[in-house]
Design a protein around this ligand. Sequence first.
Ligand code: ADP
Ligand code: C5P
Ligand code: MG
Length: 217
Amino acid sequence: MNVRALRSSCEKVWSAVWVVAMKPQVVFVLGGPGAGKGTQCAKIVQHYSYTHLSAGDLLREERNRKDSEDGSLIDSYIKEGKIVPVEITINLLRKAMEETMKKDENKFRFLIDGFPRNQDNLQGWTRVMDGKADVKFVLFFDCSNDVCIDRCLERGKSSGRTDDNRESLEKRIQTYLQSTRPIIEQYEKQGKVHTINASQDVNEVFADVKKVLDKEG
Ligand code: ADP
Ligand code: C5P
Ligand code: MG
C-alpha cells in the first residue's frame, strides 16, 4: 500500500470513529404538564454535560417567529392541548440538535423534553433519526394529575402561556393520559424507563435524578 492509499484509509477509519463518537446521545424527558420536566432539565444542565431541548419551547418559538408558516396551526394546537403534527416538531428538534453540535462538537448529549408525546411523534422520530441518534433512556417524572394542574395554574399567574388555564389543562391532561402514557409504557416494556417521584420538592426530585444520571452516565 502506498503512502497516499494508507493516509486515505486512515482518514476513512478516523472519520467513521468520529461519527460514532459524536452520534447524538438522547434522553427523552416525559411526564404530565407541570410535572417539573423543565425545572429538572435546567438543574441537570448545571451539573452534567447535557443540552436541554424542550419541544414545547421550540414550538412556542416557531409560533412567535414572524415569517413562520406554521404559527397559527401551532397556536391553536397548543391552546387545545393537542399534539402538533410531528413533521413540524421533528424539524425543529433536528435543526436545534444540528446547530448545537455545529457550534460545539462536544455537545452531543441531549435532554429532549416533552417528546415523543404520541405515536405520531415516535414514528416521526424513527423515520428521521433512526440510526442518527441513540436514545439512551427515558426519564419519567411521575406526578398526580391534581398536583400537575395546581402547578400549572400557579405557573399561569406569570408564565403568559395560553395553555396554563383550567380549560386547556383539562385537555392537556387527557392528551397526556390517552397519548403520552402509552408511549411511556412502550419504553417501559423495553426496560428503558427511569421513573422519578416528581411530587416531592424540587431538590428531592433532583437528588433522585442524580442517582439515575450518575449510574447511566
Ligand atoms: P413541565 O416542564 O413539566 O411542564 P415545569 O418545570 O415548568 O413543568 O414546572 C411547572 C411549575 O411547577 C413551575 O412553576 C415550577 O416552578 C413548579 N415546580 C416544578 N417542580 C416542582 C416541584 N418539585 N415542587 C413544586 N413546584 C414545582
Ligand atoms: O411541554 P410543554 O408543556 O411546553 O408543551 C406545551 C404544548 O406544546 C403541548 O401541550 C402541545 O400542544 C405542544 N407540544 C406538541 N408536541 C410536543 C411537545 C409539545 O404538540 N412533542
Ligand atoms: Mg416544560
